[in-house]
Write a protein that binds this ligand. Structure first.
Ligand code: UD1
Ligand code: MG
Length: 452
């Protein structure tokens, strides 16, 4: 599929000024995954010889996130052309004709909607008809600030890219834009990028100048048009929201194509890595954060929020349930309204149907957790574990003060505060005694009326 060998350079050093953020632009999430993570994900199946990420100074967080991909620092960032020059330095000696890297794939870190198929298409096109530079073109509804592709004789050849800020009115009227994705032949890359200048409105080294330079040397520059939905760039919060909406639509379609029922698709929000089994039903208004897997036939009811959770086959979650990281519900578990589960495993068939917090716990199969049960897992300094045995019954409004274990089959009476381990099959009552005084209510009311 791919030409003999290619390396990827992802540009991520820009300051992202238009985001007005202290977080580097490429770490802003789309479907719960940093934008640059989407690019690494789609590149992975194509097995680049190397992936180099160009970051700016003080972007250690990006370097940490992309590891084990190589990060190189562009200091100071002087434009996209300068960024590619910095990235190429990390491939020194490995580019064709001396090295095995025939092509360098340039990706912009702010294009999170790219797919593996689009990249594979570009690589295949380059193999079929090699060019010094192969660009991904697109036709956005509003070409706005995108670079315009000035094409020659309609044969797929591109003469140059002109940035919107530098374009004449006639050039601005061109609907064909550059989508921030290109392949440069390894044998030409260093020379062409080295020849870029800063003669433009921003006084930056624009990578886009590479096309004019290649043409001036008599080299071929070609273009393949890709769907705009895969190439949109994110430069502002509004564009981030637009990318999120497009990604969510894609994820909803994939979920339904994979055999899940979404009662109201537009109200369900997925993480990029949400995994759904067959015949999962998701009611309206459900949000999935990162790291969720749902087993076959599970029902996720309205207004539930899940993150870092595994839901077993046939389980029922919600309405209004919150599954936090480390929640594991085995087969057929029921978790009902206003129940929060964190770092806890509920064994097959266990039920916690109303108003509970279960954290740092192990709950055995078939156990019943009554309404209002709280695992008191935090003493203000440390977290402690609660273990509830298989088939145990925890009465309503029980506080389990961890560390504590309730044995298999035990019954804890409603309203108990459990501070010691409960043996298996025991009945435990940990509450104040009830005292009944017959007739006293009438007496008290009479006295109160007299005094009032
Ligand atoms: C760029 C293109 C434009 C194209 C659009 C596609 C240029 C000059 N313009 O515009 O033709 O249509 O993308 O989305 O290339 N970056 C660095 N170092 C720098 C500057 C930027 O690594 O010195 C990185 C940014 O982090 C970003 C990417 O390069 O990931 C693109 O930069 P950005 O400022 O977003 O360029 P656009 O104005 O969107
Ligand atoms: Mg951009």
């Amino acid at each position: 599929m791919s030409p003999a060998g290619f390396a990827a350079i992802i540009l991520a050093a820009g300051s992202g000024t238009r985001m007005k953020s202290t977080i580097p632009k490429v770490l802003h999430p789309v479907a719960g995954r940093p934008m640059i993570g989407h690019l690494l994900e789609v590149l992975h199946p194509l097995q680049p010889a190397e992936t180099v990420v160009v970051i700016g100074p003080h972007m250690e967080a990006v370097a940490r996130f992309v590891a084990p991909a190589t990060s190189v620092i562009q200091d100071p960032p002087l434009g996209t052309g300068d960024a590619v020059r910095t990235g190429l330095a990390a491939l020194d000696g490995r580019l064709a004709p001396r090295g095995a890297i025939d092509n360098v794939l340039i990706l912009y870190g702010d294009t999170p909607l790219l797919t593996t198929a689009a990249l594979a298409h570009l690589l295949a096109e380059q193999q079929a008809t090699p060019a010094a530079v192969l660009l991904a073109g697109m036709r956005p509804a509003d070409p706005g600030p995108y670079g315009r592709l000035v094409t020659g004789r309609g044969d797929g050849e591109v003469e140059r890219i002109v940035e919107a800020a530098d374009a004449t009115p006639a050039e601005r009227a061109i609907g064909l834009c550059w989508g921030g994705l290109m392949l440069i032949q390894g044998s030409h890359a260093a020379e062409l990028v080295g020849a870029l200048d800063r003669n433009n409105a921003q006084r930056e080294f624009y990578l886009t100048g590479i096309v004019g330079l290649a043409r001036a040397r008599g080299l071929r520059c070609r273009m393949v048009e890709l769907p705009v939905a895969e190439l949109i760039g994110v430069n502002s919060r509004a564009e981030l929201a637009a990318a999120e909406a497009m990604m969510q639509d894609r994820l909803r379609c994939a979920a339904m194509a994979g055999g899940a029922t979404l009662v109201a698709p537009q109200t369900v929000f997925f993480g990029a890595d949400t995994k759904l089994g067959r015949d999962v039903v998701i009611e309206p208004n459900v949000t999935f954060g990162p790291g969720v897997a749902i087993g076959d036939g599970a029902l996720i009811r309205s207004f539930s929020h899940l993150e870092g959770a595994v839901v077993g086959p046939g389980a029922i979650v919600g309405p209004f349930a919150r599954l936090r990281p480390g929640a594991v519900l085995e087969t057929g578990v029921h978790v009902g309204n206003f129940v929060e589960i964190k770092e806890a495993t509920l064994g097959a068939g266990a039920k916690a149907n109303h108003l509970s917090y279960i954290g740092d716990s192990t709950v055995g199969g078939g156990a019943n957790i009554g309404a209002g049960t709280i695992t008191c897992n935090y003493d203000g300094v440390n977290k402690h574990r609660t273990t509830i045995g298989a088939g145990a019954f925890i009465g309503s409004n029980t506080a389990l003060v961890a560390p504590v274990t309730v044995g298999d089959g035990a019954i804890v009476a409603a309203g108990s505060v459990v501070t010691r381990d409960v043996p298996a099959d025991a009945l435990t009552l940990g509450r104040g005694q009830q005292i009944d005084k017959p007739g006293r209510a009438t007496e008290i009311r009479a006295r109160l009326r007299r005094n009032g």
